[in-house]
Ligand binder design. Structure first.
Ligand SMILES: Nc1ncnc2c1ncn2[C@@H]1O[C@H](COP(=O)(O)OP(=O)(O)OP(=O)(O)O)[C@@H](O)[C@H]1O
Length: 237
């Protein structure tokens, strides 16, 4: 049997007319006002826009943490509306890695133990989890810091641990919400360059949000959000 042609491969993620409405007393706020787009496997995509434009809400919806008020989110060809809570948690845990602005590392655990955590939650045996976590830390250049607790690491190193933790599960998609917001400009550029290299060399698909227009030079595609709408969706030449 021949391999499917690229055109028959479904996008990794497809959003169709996604609306996320929050109620503030009597007032309804559409954080996402009915947006549609697709993400293909292997993309390196930034979502940017002013504060309140809907970036975090979009990351939560893409990451299957939040459910739209209306519209469809398809992931890996699966309509996620059909998944019950437990199935959704499992689906997310196996396919999506998360990187957060505030790193979200467990302070009493070493870098290695932090990276092992999502694997152990998935039931990966300890020996195997240790090996995969060590490889992920090596991949982000932290060979010498496996045993370090987060408080012994710089901000840039902590974010690299968080990226290793996201990668360890071998996700289909890594979602990073403002991964550089707590870093100085050198470390911010380094973290984006690291994500870029992992995208390029390993084919990891990244979507991240940023306020920093300087980081947009390094992406293949940028979606500009304003008031919950897509103002532009540009691909680099
Ligand atoms: N849980 C919530 N309850 C009520 N309103 C919310 C909630 N989450 C977000 N909103 C509103 O939705 C809109 C979009 O918020 P969101 O956090 O997605 O924007 P953002 O672009 O990520 O902003 P920032 O850059 O400041 O993080 C805002 O008007 C916000 O007040």
């Amino acid at each position: 049997m021949s391999a499917p042609s690229p055109s028959s491969t479904p996008p990794l993620v497809r959003l169709h007319e996604v609306r996320r409405r929050f109620l503030l007393g009597e007032t309804a706020v559409d954080a996402l006002a009915g947006i549609s787009f697709t993400i293909n496997s292997g993309e390196f995509l930034a979502v940017w826009g002013p504060s309140g434009s809907g970036k975090s809400t979009l990351m939560n919806v893409l990451g299957l943490i939040d459910t739209p008020s209306s519209g469809e989110v398809w992931f890996d060809g699966q309509d996620t509306r059909g998944l019950a809570d437990d199935a959704l948690t499992d689906f997310r845990g196996r396919r999506i890695g998360f990187v957060f602005q505030s790193f979200n590392l467990v302070p009493v655990l070493s870098a290695l133990e932090n990276v092992m955590l999502p694997l152990q939650i998935q039931g990966v045996p300890e020996r195997q989890a240790r090996g995969r976590a060590a490889a992920a830390l090596d991949e982000v250049g932290l060979e010498r810091f496996h045993g370090s607790r987060p408080d012994r690491l710089s901000g840039g190193q902590r974010q690299r641990v968080a990226i290793a933790r996201a990668l360890a599960i071998e996700p289909r998609l890594v979602i990073a919400d403002e991964p550089t917001a707590n870093l100085d400009s050198d470390n911010a550029a380094m973290v984006v360059a690291l994500m870029r290299r992992l995208n390029h060399d390993k084919g990891v698909t990244f979507v991240f949000t940023t306020h920093d227009p300087r980081l947009l030079d390094q992406v293949d595609r940028r979606i500009h959000l304003r008031d919950g709408c897509i103002e532009s969706d540009e691909h680099s030449a």
